[in-house]
Design a protein around this ligand. Structure first.
Ligand code: ZN
Length: 137
């Protein structure tokens, strides 16, 4: 068991150490016209294998995402399994992962986890307000 003082050594976080509750995660699979079918297959397989929600396969940039994308939403208890599976099956596709805490700006800007490459998000479309998270995973 770490002693309570272990937290004294934590690096400062961008939101001033405010503990944010993680409701779940999004994994956004990025692709283009050449990798569309590969991405569709990856997302469909993930949805068949895990109890997650597969969003639409967007053949255009949507929201803050600079590339075509498909969203996989899952509860936090699935993080290890889903992320490990994606790491071993993405086969070159870029995957952007972020926790869902109810603040879109913080979730995308400060908590981003990238597989394969870091792509430039359009953060100007995101709200920095705290919203209640009502995800059902
Ligand atoms: Zn997202």
């Amino acid at each position: 068991m770490p002693s309570p003082s272990a937290n004294d050594h934590a690096p400062p976080s961008p939101d001033n150490g405010t503990a944010r509750k993680v409701a779940g995660y999004h994994a956004h699979v990025y692709f283009n016209a050449q990798t569309l079918e590969q991405a569709r297959k990856l997302c469909t397989e993930a949805a068949a294998r895990f109890p997650l929600k597969m969003g639409r396969v967007h053949e255009k940039p949507v929201g803050p995402h600079p590339d075509w994308s498909c969203q996989l939403a899952f509860r936090k208890g699935l993080f290890e399994e889903v992320i490990t599976w994606l790491a071993m099956h993405r086969n070159g596709l870029v995957v952007f992962v972020h926790p869902v805490t109810g603040n879109d700006l913080i979730d995308h800007r400060d908590y981003a986890i990238w597989m394969g490459a870091v792509r430039p998000l359009d953060l100007s479309v995101l709200s920095g307000r705290d919203e209640p998270v009502s995800y059902e995973f």
